[in-house]
Design a protein around this ligand. Structure first.
Ligand code: FAD
Length: 318
């Protein structure tokens, strides 16, 4: 079922959803299940599964030389989506990237999704690869998320990249896109980023999931500005609990987001990792309760494959 249909059916009740990352290549899927199991009591209508960009690795050739190879260290997004859907009878949302894929490869992926009964996809550009200065699309691929949304929407209309006669089974994907309450790191301003978001919605996106934020005021302002600009689709807040001291440095660095002074202060006061995790949990509970009281359609948690802190948060909120 479509994410938008789940929201409509909830009749104003805030839903719980979460996002997982595929395991490292060679690792078992069991750990993922062990982390999903405790979250099922909160009845997520859908679970997102991320897709990782490919990256360069250096393989020892055994003769003193290293060979540079391009690989994806966390493959299996679609397989995981299918297996979760099958095991838990819950909708799954594969993240589909522009980066690293030609339009033709994207079409194959979407056809697979359609045959697997996957009704939702999250359309994203992807970040630059680790050793790239800026994002470079694959030759023959989509440049921006808006182009990917257009491709998916074309498929929903029964239009493939090449002429296909007598289409009698059109895709009908519900399309999610990313939004940035503190603007995307490459964007010159929040307003210009919101105009880009509007382009994605006008191209067929059905809902937005936000980048993580730690100050709800940023989300409320973002939604108000989006509505002023005529973006009417659901805007789902993305929440990530702080879990380690290092988050204070890496989250602002990677995502160009601000952390509130009170949160920084509380983490700085902690004596050990367990205390920091607790601060992160308490902060996310307060954020979630306020967002729920404001009537957000879904609270979407970035679990990064670990569920214990998300379970503790959800048990206080749902
Ligand atoms: P876009 O919407 O294409 O925007 C990218 C930048 O280009 C923005 O600055 C925008 O303002 C600008 N822009 C947009 N259109 C144009 C245009 N026509 N001309 C000029 N500039 C333009 N990354 C992954 O690799 N895997 C994942 O699974 C993943 N999941 C995510 C889930 C969520 C909810 C979020 C918020 C992010 C996720 N990301 C993921 C990260 C995402 O790929 C990056 O933030 C990426 O840098 C931008 O993706 P986007 O889809 O927002 O891009």
């Amino acid at each position: 079922m479509k994410v938008t249909q789940h929201i409509e059916d909830s009749k104003g009740e805030t839903l719980f959803s979460f996002e997982i990352i595929p395991p490292q290549k060679g690792k078992s899927i069991q750990e993922l299940y062990d982390n999903i199991d405790p979250l099922m009591e909160f009845k997520p209508p859908f679970i997102d599964v991320t897709t990782s960009r490919e990256e360069f690795i250096y393989v020892d050739k055994g003769n003193g030389l290293l060979e540079k190879k391009l690989t994806r260290m966390r493959p299996g997004t679609l397989g995981i989506c299918a297996s979760i859907k099958h095991k838990y009878n819950v909708d799954t949302v594969p993240h589909v990237l522009c980066g690293g894929f030609t339009k033709e490869e994207t079409e194959y992926l979407l056809v697979d999704c359609h045959y697997l009964g996957i009704d939702n996809v999250m359309a994203l550009r992807g970040d630059a690869m680790k050793d790239e200065q800026s994002f470079v699309p694959k030759k023959g691929g989509n440049d921006f998320a808006v182009d990917l949304v257009k491709q998916i929407n074309q498929l929903n209309c029964g239009k493939y990249l090449h002429d296909v006669m007598d289409v009698d089974n059109k895709a009908n994907f519900c399309i999610g896109v990313a939004g940035y309450p503190e603007k995307h790191l490459e964007s010159p301003s929040l307003i210009s980023d919101l105009k880009r978001l509007k382009e994605k919605v006008d191209a067929g996106a059905d809902y937005v999931v936000t980048q993580m934020f730690f100050d709800n005021a940023k989300y409320f302002e973002f939604v108000a500005k989006a509505r002023e600009m005529g973006i009417t689709v659901p805007i789902i807040p993305g929440i990530k609990p702080i879990a380690v001291q290092r988050h204070l440095q890496v989250l602002p660095q990677i995502f160009r987001i601000d952390l509130p002074e009170d949160l920084i202060h509380a983490v700085d006061q902690c004596k050990n990792n367990a205390d920091i995790r607790q601060v992160g949990i308490e902060w996310a509970i307060q954020q979630s309760l306020e967002l729920k009281a404001a009537g957000v359609p879904v609270l979407h948690y970035y679990s990064m494959g670990k569920s214990e802190n998300i379970r503790q948060i959800a048990s206080k909120v749902f």
